[in-house]
Design a protein around this ligand. Structure first.
Ligand code: ZN
Length: 133
């Protein structure tokens, strides 16, 4: 894996969280994007090599709504950038890691993504992401 690409943080409301993180990070939100298939609105901040991605649910059965119901707002996932997502998925699956999607899907910010089940990663939801070429 190349680096931590971003940290995903679940929030109740982007309208509240964006100004908070702009103050905290002292940098403006540079992009917001809805990922309809995931039921989320996202907002991105540049912090050195790794970004911060805020995630707000757009519907009640969104994974983010379920996460917030269970655990409250907070760190949701760690995303690692990979060069070849399919090769990395195969490598991890062969080692016993459980993939939440069998084929790469479209994520925010021009990425192909795959999530790994937290029960096989020590409790952390891990996202693999590869820049779409
Ligand atoms: Zn993410």
């Amino acid at each position: 894996m190349l680096k931590i690409e971003h940290l995903g943080i679940a929030v109740k409301s982007l309208a509240d969280a964006i100004p908070l993180y702009e103050q905290l990070l002292n940098t403006p939100c540079y992009k917001t994007e809805e990922v309809v298939t995931e039921g989320v609105n996202t907002a991105f901040f540049a912090t050195g090599d790794a970004k911060i991605e805020l995630l707000e649910a757009t519907k009640n059965d969104s994974p983010i709504a379920k996460f917030i119901d269970k655990k409250g707002p907070g760190i949701h996932h760690v995303a690692f950038e990979v060069e070849n997502i399919e090769a990395e998925m195969k490598r991890l699956q062969a080692l016993g890691f459980e993939l939440l999607n069998e084929i790469p899907k479209n994520g925010a910010d021009n990425k192909l993504v795959c999530f790994l089940h937290p029960k096989t990663t020590g409790g952390v939801l891990v996202e693999l992401c590869q820049e779409k070429k």
